[in-house]
Ligand binder design. Structure first.
Ligand code: GUN
Length: 291
C-alpha cells in the first residue's frame, strides 16, 4: 500500500492564507489581532520555538508582543507581567512558553492567564469546557492532528483511534477532541502501564503516537494494514551520514510503518508546523471574542 503523506507544511500554507484574510478583516473592524508571548530564560529549544511563532504571526498579520525575561525572574515578577497582559485590551492571546525555569510555578501561571486569552487552552476552565463538548479554544497540537486528518479527507467517524500517551498537552485533550459528537471516533488512550499495547495498536484504524519517549519505537508489526498513523514525536538522533551529525525523527519508525499505512504524517513537516498554526487560529478566535 502506498501511504498518503499528510503534510503539515502544505496545510499550514493553506491555513495561513485563510487566516491572513481574517486578520485583515479584524484589523479593518478596529480590532487588530495581537498575541503576547512570554519566554523566561535562555533554553535554546524554547527560543527557536518562540522565534518560529513570531515569524508565523507576522506572515499571517497578527501583531506580537514579546516578553523575553531573564532566568533570574521571580514568580512575583512573572505574575506581574501576566497581570499586565491580562489587563491590556489590545492583547487578545497570551502564551507563556513552557517549561519554565526551576523555581517558577507553571501551574499557578497557567491558572492566572485570563481564560479568554488562554490561546494554549491550558487553563482549567478551558480544559473543562473542552471536556463538556463546548470548547472556547481548541488545544493546539490536538487541533493540528485533527485538521491534518479532516482537511485531507481521512474518515474519523466510527473509527477506532488508539492514542499512545496521556499528556495534558496532547494525549488527553486529543482523546476529548476525537470522541466529540460530530467527530465520533472510539478512543483508547494507552500509557506506560498499558499491557498488551501491541494488541491494541494492531486493532486501531488510527494510531496517534505521542509519548515523546523513545525515537521510532512504533514499528511496522504494531499497526494493521491500511491504518492512518499520526506521529507527534520529535527527537534529535545522531546520524553520522548527515553533515550536521544528527537528524530529526519521530515516535514512529517510518520505514517499516509507512508501507502498511493508508496515510501517515512525516517528521519533520507533519504535526510540528500545525501547532503554531492552531495557536494563531485561537488568537483570531480570541480577537473575535475579546475578554
Ligand atoms: N512548550 C512546548 N510546546 C508548548 C506549547 O504548545 N505551549 C506552551 N505554552 N509551551 C510549550
Amino acid at each position: 500500500m502506498t501511504a498518503r503523506i499528510l503534510s503539515g507544511k502544505e496545510l499550514t500554507a493553506t491555513l495561513e492564507t485563510e487566516m491572513r484574510g481574517e486578520a485583515e478583516r479584524l484589523e479593518a473592524a478596529g480590532s487588530p489581532p495581537c498575541l503576547a508571548v512570554v519566554l523566561v530564560g535562555a533554553d535554546p529549544a524554547s527560543h527557536t520555538y518562540v522565534r518560529n511563532k513570531i515569524k508565523a504571526a507576522e506572515r499571517v498579520g497578527i501583531a506580537s508582543v514579546d516578553k523575553f525575561l531573564p532566568d533570574s525572574t521571580t514568580q512575583k515578577e512573572l505574575e506581574g507581567v501576566i497581570a499586565e497582559l491580562n489587563a491590556d485590551p489590545a492583547v487578545h492571546g497570551i502564551l507563556c512558553q513552557l517549561p519554565l525555569p526551576k523555581g517558577l510555578d507553571a501551574e499557578r501561571i497557567t491558572r492566572l492567564i485570563d481564560p479568554a486569552k488562554d490561546v494554549d487552552c491550558f487553563h482549567p476552565s478551558n480544559v473543562g469546557l473542552l471536556a463538556m463538548g463546548t470548547p472556547r479554544f481548541l488545544p493546539c497540537t490536538p487541533a493540528g492532528v485533527l485538521a491534518l486528518m479532516t482537511r485531507n479527507g481521512v474518515a474519523i467517524s466510527g473509527k477506532h483511534a488508539v492514542i499512545l500517551g496521556r499528556s495534558n498537552i496532547v494525549g488527553r485533550p486529543l482523546s476529548l477532541l476525537l470522541s466529540r459528537k460530530g467527530t465520533d471516533a472510539t478512543v483508547t488512550v494507552c500509557h506506560s502501564r498499558t499491557p498488551n499495547l501491541k494488541e491494541l495498536t494492531r486493532q486501531a484504524d488510527i494510531v496517534v503516537a505521542a509519548t515523546g519517549m523513545t525515537p521510532e519505537w512504533v514499528t511496522g508489526d504494531m499497526v494493521k494494514e491500511g491504518a492512518v498513523v499520526i506521529d507527534v514525536g520529535m527527537h534529535r538522533v545522531e546520524d553520522a551520514s548527515k553533515k550536521s551529525g544528527f537528524r530529526i525523527t519521530g515516535d514512529v519508525h517510518y520505514e517499516s510503518v509507512a508501507p502498511k499505512c493508508s496515510a501517515i504524517t512525516p517528521v519533520p513537516g507533519g504535526v510540528g508546523p500545525m501547532t503554531i498554526t492552531m495557536l494563531l487560529q485561537n488568537t483570531l478566535t480570541a480577537a473575535r471574542n475579546p475578554a
